[in-house]
Design a protein around this ligand. Sequence first.
Ligand code: UT7
Length: 332
Amino acid sequence: MIKITAAITAVGKYVPDHVLTNEMLEKMVETNDEWIVSRTGIKERRILKEPGKGTSFLAIKAAENLIAKTKLDPKNIELVIVATATQDMQAASTAAFVASQIGATEAFAFDLDSACSSFLYGMSAAARYIESGKYKKVLLIGADMCSSMIDYTDRVTCIIFGDGAGAVLFEPNTEGLGLQDEYLRTDGNGREFLKVAAGGSLSRPSIETVNNRQHFIRQEGRTVFKFAVSNMADASEKILKRNNLTNEDVTWLAPHQANKRIIEATANRMNLDMNKVMMNIHKYGNTTSATLPLLISDYEDQLKKGDTIIFAAFGGGFSWGAIYLKWAYNQQ
Ligand code: UT7
C-alpha cells in the first residue's frame, strides 16, 4: 500500500505596511535600540494600524497571496485552520470568516490556539487530516495581531511583538516527502508566566479589569526565556536523535522567532551552523503564530525538494515542540 504523507505545496504571506522601529519605541518607553538589538535581535516590527481590522484581515491577505501565487481554486480547499492567539472575537471563529472571505465555500474551518506553538500544532493537525486519505487540500494559516494585546507602556512586552500572517497548503504526497515526525509537549504550570489575565471565562471583563490593565499580555521574561531555551533545544535534539539525523543531515532549522538568543541556543544544542538557521526576527519581531510560515515564505526561493527542515517553537501555556519535515518542491 502506498503511504500518504502530508507535504507543504505552497506558501503565502502578509505583513502590514506600518513599521514600528526601535527608535520609535525609544520615544514611547524607557528603552534603547542597543538594548533591544543585543537582548532580542529585533530592529523593527509591523503593526496593523487601520481601525476596524483584526487578525482575520492579516489571515485573508496571506491566504490570498498563496492563492494568487498558485492559481488554486479556493472552492477546492476542504479545511481552513487558523492558528492564532488573537482571534477576532471570543465567539464566532476567525477561521469561519476567513474561509468565507477567500471563497473557500466548500470547506469547514476552525481556530487552533496554543500561543506561540499554535502554528506548529496546526502543522500536526493539518497533517493528520491529509494522512487519513479523506482530505486533499488543507489550508493552514498562522496569523496574529499581537498589537491588539500589547500595553505600549510596558517595555518588557512592547519591544518584542509584531503583527503578521503566513499561509501554507498541505496536500498528499506519495514520494515520502512532507511531515516525517513530531515531538509536541505542553506544561500548564507555565501559564502564570505568560498570559492575558482577563477577558476570558476565568476573569470576565469589567471596569476593574480594564482599570488594572489586565487585558494586556504580561510575561515574566526571564522565566519564559529559561524554559524556552531548554525546551526548544531539547525538542529539536530529540527529534534529530530518534530519526537518526545528524547536524549534517539538517538543511534548515526554522525556529520560532521570539528572541535571537533562544534561536542561537537551539542551533548550538543541535550543533548547527548559523547559516542553516532561518531568521527574520530583525524585521518582524515575534509575530506569535505567524513566525514559522513567515520564515518559510521568506526562504521559499532557497528551499529545494528533499531538504530536511526542523521546525521548533516555544510559547505560553507552556507549549513547545519540534517537527521534522522534508520539503516537497522547487520554486518555479
Ligand atoms: O514567544 C513566546 C515566548 N516568549 C519568549 O520567548 C520571550 C522570552 N524572554 C525574553 O526574550 C527576554 O527575557 C526579554 C527580551 C523579555 C528580556 O530580556 P532579558 O535579558 O531576560 O532581560 P531581563 O528581564 O533579565 O532584564 C534585564 C534588565 C532589567 O533591569 P535590572 O533589573 O537588571 O536593572 C530590566 O528591567 O533589563 C531591563 N529591561 C529593559 N531595559 C531596556 C527590561 N526590558 C527592557 C527594555 N529596555 N525594553
